[in-house]
Design a protein. Structure first.
Length: 544
C-alpha cells in the first residue's frame, strides 16, 4: 500500500506496534497510508464511546450471545447426544476432566504430538550454541568484533537437524540450494537474475511434488540404501515449500546488493522495513551465510519468513530490541493460546463432527456454530506452531515478523484480513479443487469492499454521523462472505457449504437465525471499529 504521508511521532504520537517504546525502540517517523488518514484523525479526536448508552447495549449483547456461542458446540459434543457415536472413533483419550480430545486434525496433531521433541530440540540448540560460544572465546585472545562468528554453528546445526529430520534427503536439499546459489552468483546484477530465480524455484516446486521428493534409486539401483535412510520426517519436499521463499529472497537481495544504488547501513537500531532494504557488502552473501539463513533451525519447519538482508543484519548486530520482558510476554501469550486450543479440543468436537459429517438433525444455529468454531480451530492450529517457532527465534535474538496480528474473530475487512493472516506454503491445502474454489471466492468477495471504498471514500464521508453504521452493515456482509470462503477452502468444502446454506435459507427458522446472526455481527463490528480507534489513541498503527 502506498505511503505518501509521513508524520512525525511527536505531533501525532503514533508508533508501529512492533516498534513502540515498550519494545525498546524509538522510531522518529511512521508511514501512514493516505487511506488511513481519516481513521487516524478520528482516532485522535473522537472521544471513546465505551461508556455511551450505545455501547452499553452492545455489551449486553456480548454478555448474552458469547456464552450461547460457546454452549452450543459444547452441548453438541456431549457423549449423550444422539450423533455422538457417528464421530466417536475420531476421538482420543484426553487429559482434562476425563474427557476425550478431538485430535483428528492431521496438521495440528503432527505439531501437538511433537511439542516435547521440539522443546528438547530447541534446548539442544541453545545448549550447543552456548558451548560453541564459550569454546570459541577460550581459543581467541580477544572477543569477536561482531556476531558473525555464530554463522558456522548455525549452518552446521541446521545440516545435522535436517539429517535427523529427512535422513539422506538432506543431500537433495543441498543440491537444490547449491543450484540456486550458483544461479544467483552467476547472474549478479543482470536483470535476468530475478526472473531466472523465480522460474527455477517454481519449477523445483512442481518437480518436487510430481516426483514426491524423488528417489535415489531413480539414479542408480545401488543407491537404494539412501532411500532407506528416511529420517523422522521423510516428506522433506513439504517443508521445502516455505524454504523456496528464502531462496528467492537471497537471490533478489544479492541482485540489489550488486547494483550501485543499493542502500548503505546508516548505523544505529533499524526497524524491520529498513533492515530488509539495507544492502550488505558482497562478501556477506557467502555460501555459509546462505545456508545458515535458508535452513535457520527456529524457522525452517514452519516459518515465519524473513528476508536474507534482515536475517544477516540481526545475526551480525544482535539488536537490543528484544528485551527479556517482551519475550516473556510472548511466551505467556503462546501458552494461553496453546491451552485455549486444548480446552476447545477437549470440550468442542467440531473437527470430528465436520469430518464425519455428523450434523444430521442440527438446527441452523448449530450448523453455523460448528462452522464458526472449525474456523477458530483453523486459526489456532496455524497460529500456535508459527508462534512457537517465532518464540524460539526471539529467544535466540532474532526478531522475525509476526504471521498473524489479529484474532480471526476481530476482522471485518477482507483486505485487512489477508494483510493480518499470513499462510505459509507448507500449509497448502492438498485438495486442489477446494483450493481453486476458495481462491476464486476470496477474489470475488474482495470486489464489493473495493467498490464500496470507491463510492464512499472515508476521506469524504468519514466524519458523517451515519458513515460508521453504513460501514458496519457492509462489514457484516464482508464477514459472512469471508466465513463462507474459508469454510469452503479450509473446513467443509463446496458440498458442505451447500448443505449449510440449504439448511439456513430454506426454512423460516434458518432465516430468523440469519437475521439474528447479522444483528450480532453488526454489534461485533461496531466494537471492532471502536477497538481500532482505541489502538490509534494508544499510539498503535496497524494496516488491517
Amino acid at each position: 500500500m502506498p505511503t505518501d504521508l509521513r508524520t512525525p511521532i511527536s505531533s501525532l504520537q503514533l508508533a508501529h506496534e512492533g516498534t513502540s517504546k515498550r519494545s525498546g525502540i524509538t522510531r522518529l517517523t511512521v508511514d501512514i497510508p493516505s487511506s488511513h488518514r481519516p481513521q487516524v484523525e478520528a482516532g485522535l479526536h473522537n472521544p471513546p464511546r465505551w461508556r455511551t448508552p450505545e455501547f452499553f447495549v452492545y455489551g449486553a449483547f456480548f454478555c448474552v450471545v458469547v456464552p450461547i456461542m460457546v454452549w452450543i458446540p459444547v452441548q453438541l459434543s456431549s457423549s449423550e447426544h444422539p450423533n455422538f457415536n457417528m464421530y466417536r472413533r475420531k476421538l482420543s483419550p484426553g487429559w482434562i476432566s476425563g474427557r476425550y480430545v478431538d485430535n483428528s486434525d492431521a496438521q495440528y496433531r503432527s505439531f501437538r504430538s511433537n511439542t516435547l521433541p521440539l522443546i528438547f530440540l530447541s534446548g539442544a540448540f541453545f545448549g550447543l550454541k552456548l558451548l560453541y560460544s564459550r569454546s570459541l572465546r577460550r581459543v581467541r585472545l580477544t572477543g569477536p568484533s561482531n556476531n558473525s562468528y555464530l554463522v558456522p554453528f548455525l549452518a552446521l546445526f541446521s545440516l545435522i537437524m535436517l539429517a535427523g529430520l529427512h535422513g539422506a534427503s538432506v543431500l537433495k536439499v543441498l543440491v537444490i540450494l547449491s543450484a540456486n546459489y550458483a544461479l544467483a552468483k552467476t547472474c549478479g546484477s543482470s536483470p535476468v537474475g530475478p526472473v531466472l530465480s523465480w522460474i527455477f524455484n517454481i519449477a523445483i516446486l512442481f518437480a518436487n511434488e510430481k516426483n514426491e521428493g524423488y528417489r535415489f534409486t531413480s539414479l542408480h539401483t545401488a543407491l537404494e540404501i539412501l532411500d532407506r535412510a528416511k529420517g523422522i520426517y521423510p516428506r522433506w519436499h513439504i517443508s521445502f515449500n516455505i524454504t523456496m521463499l528464502r531462496l528467492i529472497s537471497f537471490s533478489l537481495d544479492y541482485y540489489w546488493a550488486c547494483k550501485p544504488a543499493g542502500l548503505a547501513d546508516p548505523g544505529g537500531v533499524l526497524n524491520e522495513k529498513q533492515r530488509g532494504a539495507i544492502a550488505h557488502p558482497l562478501q556477506t552473501y557467502s555460501f555459509v551465510n546462505y545456508i545458515a539463513y535458508a535452513l535457520y533451525p527456529p524457522l525452517y519447519i514452519a516459518g515465519p519468513i524473513m528476508t536474507f538482508n534482515d536475517f544477516m543484519w540481526q545475526v551480525i548486530h544482535r539488536p537490543v530490541a528484544i528485551p527479556l520482558r517482551r519475550t516473556l510476554n510472548y511466551l505467556l501469550r503462546f501458552a494461553i493460546c496453546f491451552f485455549m486450543m486444548e480446552l476447545i479440543l477437549h470440550f468442542m468436537y467440531v473437527v470430528a463432527i465436520k469430518d464425519a459429517k455428523a450434523w444430521s438433525g442440527y438446527s441452523a444455529a448449530q450448523l453455523c456454530m460448528i462452522g464458526f468454531w472449525n474456523l477458530i480451530v483453523v486459526w489456532l492450529k496455524l497460529l500456535i506452531p508459527w508462534r512457537f517457532f517465532r518464540l524460539w527465534a526471539l529467544v535466540d535474538g532474532i526478531d522475525p515478523p509476526e504471521n498473524m496480528v489479529r484474532c480471526m474473530a476481530n476482522n471485518y475487512s477482507a483486505l485487512g484480513f489477508w494483510r493480518s493472516w499470513h499462510r505459509s506454503y507448507n500449509l497448502w491445502i492438498e485438495e486442489r479443487r477446494m483450493l481453486l474454489a476458495w481462491g476464486w471466492l476470496v477474489s470475488l468477495f474482495i470486489l464489493p469492499e473495493i467498490i464500496a471504498r470507491f463510492l464512499l471514500p472515508p476521506a469524504r464521508f468519514g466524519t458523517r454521523p451515519w458513515y460508521r453504521h453504513v460501514c458496519a452493515i457492509g462489514a457484516v456482509f464482508n464477514i459472512l462472505m469471508m466465513m463462507s470462503a474459508n469454510l469452503v477452502g479450509f473446513v467443509i468444502g463446496t458440498d458442505g457449504i451447500s448443505y449449510m446454506l440449504h439448511q439456513v435459507l430454506d426454512s423460516w427458522e434458518g432465516i430468523r437465525f440469519l437475521a439474528f446472526a447479522c444483528t450480532c455481527l453488526f454489534v461485533g463490528v461496531q466494537v471492532m471499529f471502536e477497538y481500532r480507534e482505541e489502538e490509534l489513541r494508544n499510539g498503535i498503527i496497524r494496516r488491517c
